[in-house]
Design a protein around this ligand. Structure first.
Ligand SMILES: C[S@@+](CC[C@H](N)C(=O)[O-])C[C@H]1O[C@@H](n2cnc3c(N)ncnc32)[C@H](O)[C@@H]1O
Length: 286
């Protein structure tokens, strides 16, 4: 006789986070990483973490939260949890006005002023699209200015995204919006996987990587060392006070006249920081 199994109710597969667990996790994440987690984010957290909880053989969030804050959990899964909580959406040539500004105004003026070496930091680089776009823009400039040199530092709090950035491997759909001549110049097509491309090695090597939590008091970087800092679509997840504290630290690492690019919905309005706005979401260190 064939026995039919009753279908599993959908809800049984989904684990809900109790109030106390949510409170403990959100307090920790905001304090250590700056990321705000109001109650409206609870279901987002559940959907990002449920698989992890189950993979540890646990059946409720209380055990999971106890574990991630235990000595063993801190050594093993806490970083994975942070990786899952961060939002890593990014794109090549995202917010292109910043790259246009570099090409049409900043770089020509930089050259006219007699400079030939640029230090840039992509803070919150995610999977690498932002620093690689910057490399493409700088390399295009270098074609006509062979003495031009640059150093590019890319950092993020998530090791997982930085690993992707370091490898420079993307699916074809990620570069759909990249102009054809730029694709030909900077990407290699995989011979075995037709829908995969990789940044050419000579361009990958131009970026150095460092795990930096922007909430740290010190970033382990020299003062006044950068001409340009990109920190786009990162501080949007922080509250105003923490945003201001990070921007003040950026001021310390930028040379006078240096440029800070923020994301489209971020601004320094109402902050007491040494910058003046020169274009939308573009600030000059004063
Ligand atoms: C939405 S992505 C932005 C990527 C890129 N800058 C862009 O605009 O396309 C935000 C990145 O900020 C990183 N992030 C979040 N909190 C951070 C922190 N406290 N320190 C450093 N990076 C952080 C996340 O891991 C994520 O990769």
């Amino acid at each position: 006789m064939i026995q039919l199994q009753a279908p599993m109710p959908q809800d049984a597969l989904f684990m809900h986070m109790d109030d106390e667990s949510f409170q403990r996790l959100s307090t920790y994440v905001t304090r250590e990483y700056g990321i705000k987690l109001p109650p409206s984010k609870r279901s987002m957290l559940e959907s990002r973490l449920n698989k992890k909880v189950k993979s540890l053989g646990m059946t409720n969030y209380k055990h999971f939260i106890d574990y991630i804050f235990s000595e063993e959990g801190k050594q093993t899964v806490l970083f994975d949890v942070i990786d899952l909580i961060t939002t890593n959406k990014t794109d090549f040539f995202r917010e292109p006005a910043h790259f246009d500004f570099l090409t049409k105004q900043y770089l020509p003026a930089f050259k006219t002023a007699g400079n030939d070496s640029l230090n840039i930091w992509s803070a919150g680089c995610s999977t690498g699209e932002e620093p690689y776009t910057t490399v493409m823009v700088l390399e295009e400039f270098r074609k006509k200015n062979p003495h031009f040199k640059y150093n590019l530092l890319a950092s993020d709090v998530s090791m997982r995204v930085m690993q992707t950035a370091y490898q420079g491997i993307y699916t074809l759909d990620k570069i759909a919006g990249v102009p054809h001549e730029i694709r030909r110049e900077y990407f290699l097509r995989s011979k075995v996987q037709p829908d995969v491309v990789r940044i050419k090695p000579q361009f990958r090597k131009n970026i150095s990587y460092k795990r930096i939590n922007l909430m740290n008091d010190s970033f382990g970087l020299n003062s006044n060392m950068f001409n340009i800092i990109f920190c786009r679509n990162v501080l949007i997840y922080f509250d105003k006070q923490r945003q201001e504290a990070v921007i003040r630290k950026f001021a310390n690492h930028l040379r006078p006249g240096g440029i800070l690019f923020l994301g489209h919905s971020e601004s320094i309005m109402g902050m007491n920081v040494p910058f003046r706005q020169i274009r939308p979401t573009t600030y000059e260190r004063i």
